[in-house]
Design a binder for this molecule. Structure first.
Ligand code: HEC
Ligand code: HEC
Ligand code: HEC
Ligand code: HEC
Ligand code: HEC
Length: 175
């Protein structure tokens, strides 16, 4: 005589499968996907702000010299990196890659991390002139190895403009 398996044990089986899948999913997410997201893009050279700014005490303005006087902050050229790295850890594999970029006269294709849509006008120098710090908008860049992708929302800009008494005319930011 064949007996039917009791209903509850089939349910319990499904429960086990579900639990195992859930655990596997969480494991993959927290071990692999999540850190990758929170770590930011992989860049063409493994450049670390934490190392250069916090450990080696290099000033933001040394590498982003236009922030105080122009719309864009600017990124350092290969030549600027090699100004130091022709002498510091010159044999490091990442530095070798910098040198071959110089030789082939290629600019490094850094991926953008912070951006506004094209219809937004944003002048760095107007902000720095009023004592707004890099960190108020960019967060603690100096504690990150790879910068995290970030989108600015209009409310973020407007909130500070309201407290600081800066312009809230639509045409100030949308030209
Ligand atoms: C009031 C907010 C604000 C402050 C303060 C600010 N930034 Fe920015 N930054 C932005 C926004 C918004 C963008 C994106 C601009 C775009 O997409 O046009 C940006 C973009 C950048 C970029 C990308 C490339 C470029 O040339 O613009 C760099 C580098 C940068 N900022 C560095 C700095 C540094 C260094 C400081 C401090 C000296 C600073 N920022 C202060 C808001 C700010
Ligand atoms: C003012 C000098 C200076 C400049 C400019 C500079 N660096 Fe560095 N960099 C250093 C120092 C100091 C170290 C630490 C060297 C050591 O470990 O002994 C370092 C370390 C590094 C490392 C090795 C990190 C590791 O994990 O070991 C890389 C890669 C690097 N820099 C890339 C760059 C790139 C790319 C630029 C240009 C955007 C740049 N650096 C500009 C001084 C500089
Ligand atoms: C030694 C050179 C160096 C120094 C010092 C430095 N940066 Fe950078 N910065 C870079 C390079 C190279 C990139 C492009 C690669 C990346 O995004 O990590 C960059 C990217 C950025 C970006 C993102 C730009 C984008 O593409 O959206 C911001 C914001 C920024 N830096 C802010 C700062 C601030 C704030 C400081 C000081 C606390 C600082 N940086 C110091 C070299 C430097
Ligand atoms: C932490 C405060 C703060 C944040 C955040 C901020 N701003 Fe400002 N912004 C100011 C101040 C203060 C001024 C006034 C500068 C002046 O009067 O010269 C200003 C001025 C400006 C101006 C010039 C306005 C004029 O009078 O012509 C523009 C454009 C602007 N901001 C765009 C933006 C955008 C876009 C964002 C968001 C991505 C933003 N700001 C985020 C503080 C801020
Ligand atoms: C201080 C700067 C600032 C001012 C002032 C400002 N905006 Fe914006 N606006 C932004 C930024 C930054 C974005 C892009 C980020 C986003 O979509 O939230 C944006 C996005 C937008 C968008 C596109 C939203 C979307 O979902 O794509 C519209 C529409 C817009 N703004 C309308 C306005 C109008 C209307 C005013 C005047 C009442 C105004 N803005 C004033 C900074 C500003």
């Amino acid at each position: 005589m064949t007996r039917q398996r009791p209903r509850f044990s089939r349910l319990a089986g499904a429960g086990w499968v579900f639990t195992v899948c859930l655990c596997a999913g969480l494991l993959v997410y927290f071990h692999w996907l999540h850190p990758r997201i929170s770590m930011g893009h992989e860049q063409p050279i493994a450049f670390s702000h934490r190392l250069h700014v916090s450990d080696k005490q290099i000033d933001c303005a040394y590498c982003h010299p236009f922030a105080h006087r122009s719309l864009n902050a600017g990124l350092p050229s290969v030549h600027k990196c090699l100004g130091c790295h022709d002498h510091i850890i010159a044999g490091h594999p990442q530095i070798q890659r910098l040198k071959s970029a110089r030789q082939s006269q290629q600019a490094l294709a850094w991926l953008r991390v912070f951006y506004n849509p094209d219809h937004v006008f944003f002048p760095h120098y107007r902000h720095l002139g009023k004592g707004v710090t890099c960190q108020q908008c960019h967060g603690s860049v100096e504690s990150q190895d790879r910068l995290q992708t970030h989108t600015f929302y209009m409310g973020f800009c407007i909130d500070c403009h309201q407290t600081r008494g800066a312009s809230r005319e639509c045409t100030a930011c949308h030209q």
